[in-house]
Design a protein around this ligand. Sequence first.
Ligand code: UDX
Length: 438
Amino acid sequence: MKISVIGLGYLGTTHAVAMAKLGHNVIGIEPDESRIQQLAAGELPFFEPGLGEALKQVIAAGTMSFQTQHDKASAASDIHFICVGTPQAASQQSADTSYVFAAAIQLAAVLRPSSLVVGKSTVPVGTARNLIAGMQEVAGFTPKLCWNPEFLREGTALADSLLPDRIVIGSDDPDQNQTLKLCYQDILNQGTPVLELDLETAELVKVSANAFLATKISFINAMAEIAEASGADTVKLAEAIGLDSRIGKSFLRTGIGFGGGCLPKDIRGFIARAEELGVGESLAFLKEVDQINLRRRQRVVSLATKELGEIAGKNITMLGISFKPDSDDLRDSPALEIALRLKALGGIITVHDPVSLGALEQKSTGLTTEIDLQAAIKDTELVILGTEWAEYKNLDPATVSSFPKIKTIIDGRNVLNVDTWQQAGWRVIAPGRNIVNG
Ligand code: UDX
């Protein structure tokens, strides 16, 4: 099939490559000229395991090309996927849908009645219906439009796109879903469930799934606050409740909480939309989910202050700065915010991260970056594990124990083997646990 993918951020780039891998002819459209040049050269503007190789493959196969705006060839696409971002609006909680509307209106000017428009961006419920009305005015006909939310996670983005848990399609006319199902035929042949819904329900599936995941994480982090006050251990608690198959163990990892470009802004946008709809009280609990999450960052600053007496003038090493491993995304990263708060208190912060130091340097935070792990912890008075990269999880403490004079580590992600680290001479502190150090 002939496909255009509009917006080549995380979602759009991954989706475009996935569609080309399925054998479709894909044109990626993105106004940022330098990003287009980079992608056309087979280089990813962000870190995502496996995606760069796949991009090179589809370019070499001639099934993927890039351009800054629509032309005759892209207008002739069977399907146009809208994948532009919906960031949190400036100084507001709501989602900024202006990029989605701009992309849809530009598309409407060249759209053919036979083409299917598929929205993949995460949008407030009700957006798709407004888009249909706006596009109709420009195009002069009612566009065929489905909403098909994307659930990919950074770090496993391509695999999540090609082997998703489910495909959700929302539309006013189930007949038009056939084109999209044909496009996803190879995915559906793997037995992937497909749910055909109305537009509003499809839009809601995405934000409510993210709200549920955020709630699960904040639930276990609320238990961490209880554990810290009572002497209990949240890691063991999570294991025990997670064995109940009705609860499940995923998304119960306690620590410094969730971040990234989706969960935090999606729950805030969801709260704002519920308020607009006059049912703000229904999602009032999500404000608490957000607050519990943000308190986890301060908790680590408090643990560091308790440990060091005061932060000013102290050398502190942050291991990991991205919001999660296998990503160099620093958006709303808990590790970055903790590092910045400690710096604001006068701490001398050195950051180590396997892939995110370039992204950090671009932000001009004033944090010192160090690519060599041993050099990063050499003169430190406190190590904080902020992102659970495999390199840190698998680190043998014996190999780094000769470096810092003061061997204290705050395990912000609760991934270290406490016994092994203690046996190597380290004091181990962790949010949600009351670890006894000898
Ligand atoms: C999320 C959704 O999972 C995905 O379906 C959606 O499409 C986009 O948003 P992503 O932001 O890539 O994906 O990351 P995810 O794996 O969900 O983790 C989000 C945050 O929660 C990370 O900061 C992670 O460290 C944190 N987290 C996750 C926890 O703190 N504890 C957990 O148990 C799980």
